[in-house]
Design a protein. Structure first.
Length: 326
């Protein structure tokens, strides 16, 4: 297999301390190319999965070894082993799971056998994948449900599908617009934490009991509702003005307490104390920011799993592993 990884590794040390610890960004040798469109989807088993949309190519990168281990070009189309786009992807025990949300399709590629398995299910629209104790969590983009699917079996032969209420979708009871369910998730132990994209809220969810635990709403000043704009028969949703924390992702690393999460801050109000392009370490039990770090660049999102988090800097085509060290 052709290895496109670069040989240079850069480490950026950010200055703030968290209980005597420093946050460090280690550049991953992904070999990203200018003019291409990359999406980052998941980290699991120390493997980062990302894809390039123009070529429909999926990459699996070993974070510990800092090297590319799989490069898979997916044919475009609607055939059994084809996808027109990729909205979700994860690597679990030698299998690459790929989801195309609009086609209600999940494709599994077995890297050991070189074989494909696929399923089309009009009730499952995969918008993101997560792993929980060797089980694949699929966020279903068309309903207020999420599904557990046993990732140890070919997905279209799986007898063990458990449906549970995905409590962050309580957003739908607050707002009539469907898109408020969009956001990012991270699994920490038995908890799933969901960061809403269009509203500055966090939702904490207990996976084993399928129970919503708590909702955390950040201050939005005088603005209590997101704005909507009607145009051409469609409804466009705008973010609330000037929240004190506007997030574009939630993450976690093993060196943190399980009560501490990473928030990628992407905006500020005129009199707020959190500025653009910062990482916030947030204690969701005490509902308090305990540390903040200035990135020096605008990260598009944060991807987390397995106690690791990765940031993507699209302007410079770089990606960084987030580390906290003594």
């Amino acid at each position: 297999m052709k290895n496109i990884a670069l040989s240079i590794s850069v480490i950026l040390l950010l200055t703030n301390d968290l209980n005597g610890q420093s946050l460090k960004l280690k550049e991953l040798n992904l070999g990203l190319k200018e003019g291409y469109n990359y999406g980052f989807y998941s980290i699991n088993d120390n493997h980062l999965v990302y894809a390039e949309s123009y070529t429909n190519t999926v990459y699996v990168f070993d974070v510990d070894k800092n090297e590319l281990i799989h490069e898979l070009k997916i044919s475009k189309g609607r055939g059994p082993n084809e996808l027109n786009g990729i909205q979700a992807a994860i690597y679990i025990e030698g299998r690459i799971y790929l989801g195309e949300e609009n086609e209600f399709k999940i494709l599994m590629y077995n890297t050991l056998e070189g074989t494909y398995e696929s399923i089309v299910n009009r009730y499952i629209s995969p918008s993101s994948f997560m792993n929980y104790k060797k089980r694949l969590i699929i966020e279903n983009g068309i309903a207020s449900k999420s599904l557990f699917i046993d990732a140890g079996l070919p997905i279209n032969k799986n007898p063990d599908i458990k449906e549970f209420d995905f409590s962050p979708i309580d957003l739908l009871s607050e707002f009539e617009h469907f898109f408020f369910k969009e956001g990012t998730q991270v699994v920490i132990g038995d908890k799933m934490i969901f960061s809403a994209m269009y509203k500055p809220d966090l939702y904490v969810f207990d996976i084993p009991s399928s129970t919503f635990v708590e909702k955390i709403s950040f201050d939005v000043g005088s603005v209590s509702m997101p704005k909507t704009v009607e145009s051409g028969g469609a409804t466009f949703i705008l973010s609330p003005d000037d929240p004190d924390i506007k997030t574009n992702g939630v993450g976690y690393v093993d060196e943190l307490s399980e009560d501490h999460i990473i928030l990628l801050s992407t905006g500020k109000g005129s009199e707020r104390k959190y500025s653009l392009n910062e990482i916030l370490i947030y204690d969701y039990k005490r509902e308090k920011v305990v540390a903040k770090y200035s990135l020096g660049f605008k990260a598009r999102n944060i991807i987390s799993g397995d106690g690791k988090s990765v940031l993507f800097d699209p302007a410079n085509m770089k990606s960084y592993l987030v580390q906290i060290e003594d």
